[in-house]
Design a protein around this ligand. Structure first.
Ligand SMILES: [Zn+2]
Length: 119
């Protein structure tokens, strides 16, 4: 499947929203949980839809500066998808109300910095 096809399949399964920030949007980008260079494929199992900005932050900041955190976040995405598949309501609620706001904040801060640089 192409990235675009998987992105659409993921959106149909999990909604048109970013799986890190919970932001609802049709403007999503496909993230390989296991990287292409580590033989991760563009499949529903290996992917999650992300807001383009948090996706940028994840690779440009986290992956470059803190590999361990990068892997943890990917693990988080895997587990969140598993919870959605198994309808683990309590865990889903916990992730969405406690973890997602943290990522939203990270994204806003990252975006703020970018905008300042441009000025
Ligand atoms: Zn990615």
């Amino acid at each position: 499947m192409s990235n675009k096809q998987v992105r659409e399949a993921l959106a149909l399964l999990y909604g048109f929203r970013c799986m890190l920030t919970g932001i609802q949007t049709k403007d999503l980008s496909y993230h390989h949980i296991t990287k292409k260079e580590h033989k991760g494929k563009a499949t529903i199992e290996n992917g999650s839809n992300l807001h383009p900005k948090i996706h940028e932050w994840l690779h440009n900041i986290v992956e470059l500066k803190d590999k361990e955190l990068f892997y943890l976040i990917n693990e988080c995405l895997m587990l969140y998808k598993k919870c959605l598949d198994l309808e683990k309501k309590e865990l889903i609620d916990m992730y969405e109300s406690e973890i997602m706001p943290i990522f939203r904040q990270k994204m806003f801060k990252y975006n703020e910095k970018l905008t300042k640089k441009k000025c």
